[in-house]
Design a protein around this ligand. Structure first.
Ligand code: CA
Length: 227
């Protein structure tokens, strides 16, 4: 097989399907599209893999031994937003409602055509890549960790890379008091001893741009972005 750029940068997909022949055909078709494919033949193995690995998408049959597809989806959604395409045998409206409530991203009713499934999987992966904008709101400030941009009351604010890194770290540990030592360890080169003052300068500058209340100082303990 000639390797193309697509086969090298493979997306990884999990197929959870207990019918051996369908599982084989699905895996084969997906591999031919250039995806790396893992397979699980029952709900137990399915949920284990889905929770353990970061897949780009999961093709999930509803009727499975051990745990059914709904139970897998429900458990998975407590920790992960992996895009899920459900395979359902019944075109029952109640199934669709249940799927939406549980957090399925798309459905396909058996029997289906493989090209249709491949198109749905592609769309799912594309949609999920687009929606990974990671917007975090802190009062009137909004932080996008993907584009590394910040707005205040909807107006763009320019932070330096250092300022953004400090704010992002505090926001990702929101509600916790982060010591100066921890901030240094995560953000700065440890051999640079001029930083003690600089951290204050960065914090001062962030507050000036985004409002004093954005970062609270806990005297003798560190800094905190409050919940
Ligand atoms: Ca089945």
């Amino acid at each position: 097989m000639v390797e193309t750029a697509e086969t090298i940068t493979a997306m990884r997909i999990l197929v959870v399907e207990d019918e051996p022949r369908l599982q084989r055909n699905l895996a084969k078709a997906l591999r031919e599209e250039g995806y790396a494919v893992d397979a699980a033949s029952d709900g137990g193995d399915g949920i284990f893999k889905a929770e353990t690995y970061d897949y780009d998408a999961i093709v999930l049959d509803v009727m499975l031994p051990k745990l059914d597809g709904w139970e897998i989806l429900e458990r998975l959604r407590k920790t992960k937003q992996t895009p899920v395409l459900m395979l359902t045998a019944r075109d029952a409206p109640s199934d669709r409602v249940r799927g939406l409530d549980t957090g399925a991203d798309d459905y396909l009713i058996k029997p289906f055509d493989l090209p249709e499934l491949l198109a749905r999987v592609r769309a799912l992966i594309r949609r999920s890549a687009n929606k990974t904008t990671n917007n975090i709101e802190i009062g009137d400030v909004s932080l996008d960790t993907r584009t590394r941009s910040v707005t205040r009351n909807g107006n763009p604010v320019t932070l330096t890379a250092r300022e953004f890194a400090i704010l992002e770290y505090l926001v990702l540990h929101r509600g916790e008091v982060i010591s100066r030592t921890e901030l240094f360890e995560h953000l700065f080169d440890e051999n640079d001893d001029t930083l003690s003052n600089l951290l204050d300068v960065h914090i001062f500058s962030i507050r000036k741009k985004l409002g004093a209340e954005i970062i609270a100082t806990r005297r003798g303990q560190g800094y905190c972005v409050e919940k």
